[in-house]
Every structure is written in structure tokens, then in C-alpha cells.
Design a binder for this molecule. Structure first.
Ligand code: ZN
Ligand code: ZN
Length: 174
């Protein structure tokens, strides 16, 4: 068994829409390479720094993901190699084990499509565009459409506690 503990710079294409690994960021690999019947079993984990923006409020996100790695690299001529489709199995090319595609797949498949700054992020106010988490709980915009403003003034605000709104106080004809 061989241990591999290495920090490598990230290529620039480890990203999905809203989040990704900055180019040349330090990716830390801690892997065990184990010889098995069919090939070499690679297990371990990788620590990957990611930056992006929250899918709800667009605030910047900075985080480090710890991802589990487990993959078999098949020997040429092994049963696994013979019974698998071309693109289904990773192969050992001579003595060379190309870890980059494995690292890339592990990262890209684990990047969230809708990353959030915090689990309870409520996003943005549709009226003013401020983050709802930064605003008081009773935040609201009482915007009256100008076309209704005349009617609103005519009927007043139905906030009075005395009397029935809209009840006429005009004296009846005797
Ligand atoms: Zn957010
Ligand atoms: Zn608002």
C-alpha cells in the first residue's frame, strides 16, 4: 500500500455555475493506493477550497469541502477492464495512474448547484433587493399603485377600531 499526501494547484475548470475551485488554489490530497486483484484501489479524501455566490442572496461564499474518494483503477487485461465499457472504468496506463480526472470528477460531482451562504438564508426582498436576513422581521413595502392611490384616499385606511368601515354616518331623511 502506498500513501499519497500531496498538495496540488487546482486547474481552472473545476467549477459549476455558481461555485468553483479558484485556479491554482491548494487542493490537498490524502490518498491510499492499494494493490488489489483487478488493479489499484484509490481511497482517501481531498480538501478543496471553493468560492462562489449564494443562490438565494448572491452573497459571496468561501468554504473548504472535504470529499471522500474511492475508485478502482483497473489493470489492462483484468476482468474488470474486459467486462466494463470504455468510459466506465479508469485504467492504469503502464505504471501511470492519472489522478487528475478522478479528482476533477469527485469535485465537480460534489459542487452544489444551488449553494447557500447559510442554510436559513431567506434570499432577497423582491422590492428593495436587500438581504432579508439583514432586515427586520416586519420589513415590508407598502407601495400603493398610483392608479389605486385615489381610491385609497377616498376610502381612507380601514384601521379604525370604532365603527364599521364604510358605514355611512349621513343622517337619514325624516
Ligand atoms: Zn444567502
Ligand atoms: Zn425590501
Amino acid at each position: 500500500m502506498q500513501e499519497l499526501d500531496r498538495t496540488v494547484p487546482a486547474p481552472g475548470d473545476w467549477r459549476v455555475e455558481l461555485i468553483g475551485v479558484p485556479e491554482k488554489a491548494d487542493v490537498h490530497l490524502q490518498l491510499r493506493l492499494e494493490s488489489v486483484m483487478e488493479g489499484v484501489l484509490v481511497t482517501g479524501e481531498m480538501d478543496v477550497p471553493v468560492v462562489g455566490s449564494c443562490a438565494r442572496c448572491l452573497d459571496p461564499i468561501e468554504d473548504t469541502l472535504r470529499l471522500a474518494v474511492q475508485e478502482l483503477y483497473a489493470y489492462a487485461g483484468s476482468t474488470t477492464e474486459a467486462t466494463s465499457e470504455e468510459d466506465e472504468v479508469r485504467r492504469i496506463e503502464g505504471d501511470f495512474l492519472d489522478l487528475e480526472p478522478l479528482a476533477r470528477d469527485t469535485v465537480v460531482l460534489n459542487l452544489p448547484l444551488a449553494p447557500v451562504c447559510t442554510e436559513d438564508c431567506e434570499g432577497l426582498c423582491v422590492d428593495c433587493g436587500e438581504r432579508l436576513n439583514d432586515l427586520p422581521a416586519d420589513h415590508s413595502h407598502e407601495i400603493v399603485d398610483p392608479r389605486w392611490a385615489g381610491l385609497a384616499a377616498k376610502f381612507g385606511t380601514p384601521a379604525s377600531s370604532s365603527g364599521t368601515p364604510g358605514e355611512s354616518t349621513t343622517p337619514e331623511e325624516n
